[in-house]
Design a protein around this ligand. Structure first.
Ligand code: NAD
Ligand code: 0WE
Length: 255
């Protein structure tokens, strides 16, 4: 019971396939009390079908990270209902479909701004909102992907957003460290979630990933969730500002 008497806010649950949902289940298994962040009514309906699987009933928090008032209301609710937070999970990303299909060179100003706003600046929103509630320190974890450091076909503006997210992790870690708040990234290998659906050549990429990875298989969502649990918990108390790869050893392999 690694998270007994702890409180965590997990943002980015869209459906049963979401990485955020797998992380929520791992935290719940270890005795954590949960607040689940969702974007809109469609996501809320999906979550309503899932919450019965948890040992403790979660607080449901609507939060659109592109709207300051929505973020403000979300943290006001978290403050009222939880009073304190020990962990925050950021599992949120979005870019326009056309910006993941076309050439990076042709990314529009609006598409660039939207991807960076939803996928990178949003970590500032969560960290700033959570800071006054993390009175006993704790862990903030953000999901990222290898496209932040390599030019991966079609990942395009999302790769630039993940690079900004990872740099943000280091600045936040430096500033919040004195308060005992740790901030880390978890870079996952490709997983079949809503965010992967319809990505051009995703199946071929998935197969190639398994062939090249040191473990000769694809990443499982449960191993991502267990690493997120580790980064939220006291077990990782000496780690901050890092990006941990949960990719079966894909990144470390040569050609
Ligand atoms: P997902 O579609 O289940 O999760 C993405 C979430 O972002 C959804 O819940 C969606 O509602 C939310 N979101 C989008 N716009 C938002 C907004 N304006 N405000 C609030 N929430 C918003 O897919 P996922 O694969 O679970 O993605 C979670 C995270 O994991 C993302 O950061 C993604 O980049 C990262 N990741 C995914 C993979 C993969 O292969 N699936 C690999 C590495 C990292
Ligand atoms: O971060 C992601 C995907 C994020 C994402 C997905 C979508 C699809 C639907 C952001 N915005 C949108 N917008 C949509 O309209 N991943 C890490 C998964 C992913 O996406 C890829 C990948 C991988 C892996 C795109 C190209 C290549 C590899």
């Amino acid at each position: 019971m690694l998270m007994q008497d702890k409180l965590a806010y997990v943002a980015g649950v869209a459906n049963h396939r979401s990485i955020a949902w797998a992380i929520a289940k791992a935290l719940d298994r270890e005795g954590c009390r949960l607040a689940l962040g969702y974007l809109g009514e469609r996501e809320k309906q999906e979550i309503d079908k899932l919450v019965g699987e948890l040992k403790q009933a979660p607080l449901l928090v609507s939060c659109d990270v592109t709207r300051d008032e929505s973020v403000g209301e979300a943290f006001a609710l978290l403050g009222r209902e939880c009073g304190r937070l020990d962990a925050v999970v950021h599992a949120i990303a979005f870019a326009r479909r056309e910006d993941l299909d076309g050439r990076y060179t042709d990314t529009s100003r609006e598409g660039y701004h939207l991807a960076l706003d939803v996928s990178a600046f949003s970590l500032n929103c969560l960290a700033r909102g959570a800071e006054p509630l993390m009175t006993e320190g704790g862990g903030i974890v953000a999901l990222t992907y290898l496209g932040s450091e390599r030019a991966i076909a079609n990942y395009n503006v999302m790769g630039v957003a993940k690079a900004a997210l990872e740099a943000g992790i280091r600045y936040l870690a430096g500033e919040l460290g004195p308060k005992g708040i740790r901030v880390n990234g978890l870079s996952a290998g490709p997983l079949r979630t809503l965010a992967a659906r319809g990505i051009k050549d995703f199946s071929a990429m998935h197969r190639m990933h398994a062939e090249r990875a040191a473990l000769k298989r694809n990443t499982e969502i449960e191993e991502v969730a267990d690493t997120a649990l580790f980064l939220c918990s006291h077990l990782s108390r000496g780690i901050t500002g890092e990006v941990i790869y949960v990719d079966g050893g894909f990144r470390i392999m040569g050609g």
